[in-house]
Design a protein around this ligand. Structure first.
Ligand SMILES: Cc1ncc(COP(=O)(O)O)c(C=O)c1O
Length: 393
């Protein structure tokens, strides 16, 4: 497996490559904010809220300090609290369940679909109790959850649906963008997201005017008008500098999304060309979903995953594991009483998935190096084991 010359470095994410393409636009808007000395909320944030809401096909946007707060604000505005239950997936970034916990409510997990890694709607009904108030489907890796099924079940029980769209701005479900597919949605503008700020930022979107007003009040300590507090909120104000940067980036988002989708298509062709489809499972794309590939996550046998990752690192290929420990097994949730085996599909995903480099500027040459390296790794093992650990015929 040794190579003569050093292979090209392919990081898991390359933010510098994107910055080079928009540097002068960014410098202009940052200078404008500096000249204005208007740093918190204000016209830049209002402008971003209107633009993200329009982009997401929602009536209102409420900018806040992070995607985590974009989950917490709607839960608080929906008056979720101690004694309530909120149903979600155990296979997501911690913030989804962390926001539920922060309100004092109990996160109730439902296992995932093995193809999409999203919450399995066929298991949702069984998790609903008289205490359930909200369902949070997560559009994981950039592909929407099965919203029609989820909305129908939620409506049948009078529950609110909060989309965790942190990874899925621009994604579509049956033609409609995420953002108003449920009652309210949460977006993250963490730098690694498809629309990433130069720091932390987030936004909740909704068609519900009252809910939007309440979230806007909660993010400023429940204050309205100035120094009048009718309820206790917290500080989750969005910075004007972040909003200005995000407004520039939003103009490029569709081009970047298309580039991500083209890169995903190239990965598929390369895996086929390298005859690797018996070794790896590629992302399962649903025809009704427009996937925006925040992450390109493949599945390999659990026995190979960490060794493959270590080998790719020697080949200067960056990878990540999203997520190595499902949330029901996190120490901080031990009081929920879960055990290994409770959500077997999520647990298998945690052992078998690996995220490959994915960003709009990813080149064909870089992808050829990634997939070629995966081919060499499996060649080094011989052809004795196949996908899902079975012996080859
Ligand atoms: C699915 C999901 N939910 C919530 C969040 C929280 O967003 P943030 O990191 O902006 O607080 C993230 C991203 O980190 C995420 O991926």
């Amino acid at each position: 497996m040794s190579r003569q010359s050093e292979p090209p470095a392919v990081p898991a994410l390359d933010l510098k490559a994107q910055y080079q393409t928009i540097r002068s636009e960014i410098e202009t808007v940052v200078r404008n904010v500096l000249e204005s000395q208007y740093f918190i909320l204000g016209p830049e944030v209002a402008g971003l809220e209107a633009e993200v809401a329009r982009y997401s096909e929602a009536a209102h946007g409420v900018g806040c300090a992070s995607g985590s707060d974009a989950l917490l604000l709607p839960l608080l505005a929906l008056e979720v609290g101690p004694g309530d239950e909120v149903v979600t997936t155990p296979y997501t970034f911690f913030a989804t369940a962390g926001a539920i916990w922060r309100t004092g409510a109990r996160p109730v997990f439902v296992d995932i679909d093995p193809q999409t890694f999203n919450i399995d709607p066929s298991k949702l009904e069984a998790a609903i109790t008289p205490r359930t108030k909200v369902v949070i489907p997560v559009h994981l890796y950039g592909q929407t959850a099965d919203m029609d099924e989820i909305n129908a079940i939620a409506a049948g029980h009078g529950l609110s649906v909060l989309e965790d769209s942190a990874q899925a701005i621009g994604a579509r479900y049956k033609g409609r963008r995420t953002g108003a597919l449920g009652q309210v949605a949460a977006f993250s503008f963490y730098p690694s997201k498809n629309l990433g700020a130069f720091g932390d930022a987030g936004m909740a979107t909704t068609d519900d005017t009252e809910l939007a007003q309440r979230m806007a009040r909660l993010r400023v300590h429940g204050m309205e008008p100035k120094y009048h507090h009718h309820e206790v909120g917290f500080n989750s104000r969005l910075d004007a500098l972040q909003a200005a940067v995000l407004r520039v980036k939003l103009r490029h988002l569709d081009d970047w999304t298309n580039a991500r989708r083209e890169a995903a298509e190239r990965y598929r062709s390369l895996f086929e060309e390298h005859d690797l489809l018996d070794r790896v499972t590629l992302p399962g794309e649903r025809p009704e979903c427009f996937h925006v590939y925040n992450q390109y996550v493949i599945r390999v046998p659990a026995s190979a995953r960490d060794l493959l990752r270590a080998y790719l690192s020697t080949q200067r290929v960056g990878t990540e594991i999203y997520y190595p420990i499902p949330l029901h097994l996190q120490v901080c949730f031990s009081s929920l009483g879960h055990e290994p085996g409770d959500f077997p599909i999520a647990e298998a995903a945690a052992r078998e998935t690996i995220a490959l480099p994915m960003y709009p500027e990813l080149t064909e040459e870089a992808q050829a190096h990634v997939v070629g390296s995966i081919r060499r790794y499996f060649d080094s093992l011989g052809r004795t084991s196949t996908k899902s650990g079975e012996r080859a015929a």
